[in-house]
Write a protein that binds this ligand. Sequence first.
Ligand SMILES: [Zn+2]
Length: 848
Amino acid sequence: MRPYSIIALFTLLCTCVSAQLMAQTANSEQDRSVTYYLPDLDYNEDIMTPEQFLGWQIGDWHISHDLQQAYMRYLAGASDRITLEQIGRTYEDRPLLNLIITSPENHKNMAELQRLHEYWNVRNSDVKENMLNEVPAVLYQGFSIHGNEPSGGNAAPMVAYYYAAAPWSALEATLDDNIIVFDPCYNPDGFNRFASWANTHKNKAMTSDGQDREYNEAYPRGRSNHYWFDLNRDWLPVQHPESRARIASFHKWKPNVLTDHHEMGKDATFFFMPGAPTRIHPMTPKVNQELTAKIGKFHAEALDEIGSLYYSGEGYDDFYYGKGSTYPDINGCVGILFEQASSRGHLQDTDNGLLTFPFTIRNQVATALSTFKAFGELRDELLRYQRAHWHKAYAGSNGYVVDFEGDFGRGREFMEMMQRHGVPMKENEVNGVATQVFIYETPFSKAAFEPILEFEDSLFYDVSTFSLPMAFNLKYTKSTTGLPKGGSWQPAGNAFPSPKAGRASYAYLLPWDDYYAAKALYRLQDAGVRVKVSDQPFTAPGGEQLSAGTLMIPVGNMQEMSDDELYALITELEEELLLDFIPTETGTPLDGLMFGSRSAYQTLRKPEIALLVEGGVSSLDAGETWHLLDQRFGIPVTKLPLDRVGRADLSRYNTIIMSDGYYGDLGERGTKALQEWMGPGNVLITSKRAGTWAAANGLASVKTRRMDNPDKGVKQRPYAKAYRDRSGRVLGGAIYQMEGDLTHPLMFGLKRSEIPVFRRGTLLFEPANNVYATPLRYSSKPLLSGYSPRGFEQAAAESAGVIVSGSRGGRTISFADNMNFRAFWYGTNRLFLNAIFFGDTIGSGTTD
Ligand SMILES: [Zn+2]
């Protein structure tokens, strides 16, 4: 039964006509049968081609994720070479699929093959060197992690069809001994968003004019996932369900080669790795790049055959392990990036003539098949390289000691991240409570821990550093004496303090130390519970030493809910968030002001938040805020488009967040509305360039610090150096140290005044005139890790990290940096949350 066959027949006729209408390129053919994409072979007629299944040929339309998925499921059912695993779901509940492709014989023996592959990489196992021929190599092929780079995901059905329907003689040399894990779409939500856009705007009489709406997607565009994140930066942070499923699959299969099919600007040609030789992470072994180059020869050959222009060895880098083509390189695998010039929609004018969507797909199919060929021929070499990598990896008891400093929420998140990357660890328990974790040295943990300050090249496609303990602001030391035996990939995780659930007759206290204390605070406020915050340290009636920022929840007549209901809610929060509320029977602490003190305790208002979006607002930064509040803390946030601000009812909000970006689209009306909204109790939070906008419009007093022109006094530089000179001045991402005033509400919950901050770009702010209004500033020698352009560190020294302005009775809190970088900068999230919850409590006379 072929459900689509009638439609298929009908559209077969139609597509012949449209193929004729379709503009030509030197490389496109009028008749796009399967052989436009695939070698001319005797395909199994019992298996439907994508065209028979869809009713239209690949390249006619942008395939939706639903149809792509349906076809993959169909292939898995129709072919005994393919089984299907659903490895997870996206935020929008789309399934994430892996097709496991190998010989029918191998499928019957899968458990043993997986064991052989795994133990091949385990030292002192029963799988010895001389068993090389029995061990399967694994190829992981994946497509369109950037949803609006569609040629990869549209090539996937054609490639999968090839594996399912090509004569066995074409596949057996590779598939008899090896396994393919095939991931047709790395980013289903973004891919589907883009497919809808491109199809919705397709013309019948096609236009190649790049100004057509078809080629100009609406905010936030299809590149990202549901929360507007770039998933091709998340292989290291692993904060999203797509990456979590994929990294788990990666470590389950331990592939030998992993491919990542992308697109770039329309005027380019086709790129395959290796990238620029000077821009490789120093931890990546030389052999890795040699193997990449060997595989590259197969791509060149395949593209020669179809006459497509290509390049390699330049342009892209292999530095940041958070990218799909680089993450494998620290894990004994060879990661390969492909970049195809994008037709974005269906047809575009380019420097290289008309670029059709089918042509872009064809190059992706060709290189997916050349990967397959290279993988088959180089499998012995790839397996040997992988074995050597892993046998060396767990060399002993070297490693790091990481201290939680009382923040178990952050500690748990950190350990979970290490666990996802297969790093062995062990909790260090003191009196039954894990206060530290030992992290054992592996290539990955070493790359993630060691700061990096020297570089062969000053050009970076992305960030130049990604130190994880700095991201979490966790204190760590390198072990000099060796870590105790017993590191495991599975930490016990049960040595965190378990909730005591004691019942209070007077008040509950909640220290602000734990990352998730903010989640409890919002839940309490949302349930109508009145919560106060202490702005001073004190000793609780039971003797606990508590810091400023501790929450105090009175029991009794101040609350609308009964004592029983409050106790039930507190117990629920303790259990769910593993927080430790302290019950008290009296309002008199052992040391410090009494709980009824108006000078020490302020009632907190529940935040009602609007996040400005669209126009020139960075969708990445805004998405990070949305994700932080919505996903991680369960705080509702209204995403308010700039062009609506002027006519929106802003009185619904007491907190408005302006991410990095340009705000010209607010217009006069929107600007005026924000100015009028500002008033007592309201807090405006700005990030980076939004602070400059706020200052220019009377909502903040932020002054930009001018940097010296690096060309000052230089008469002439060689033209040929211009590009490098310019690129060397870009701050693509580095880590700097700031110092904070721990008595300031924005610092509540921090234990140390030093805090590592992630920075991109060179915009700096001068400290405020008011001596209390810059509670965080860059240290005098601030660079901790990464590439810092010449002169920037000196310029940044002692500049402002955050400025608090008083504006019309409200508060504007202007961060010089992004506090929520890529959802894994857990350390500075705290400051951002403090701005939301405590911003309005910042005293008058302490602002600029
Ligand atoms: Zn891309």
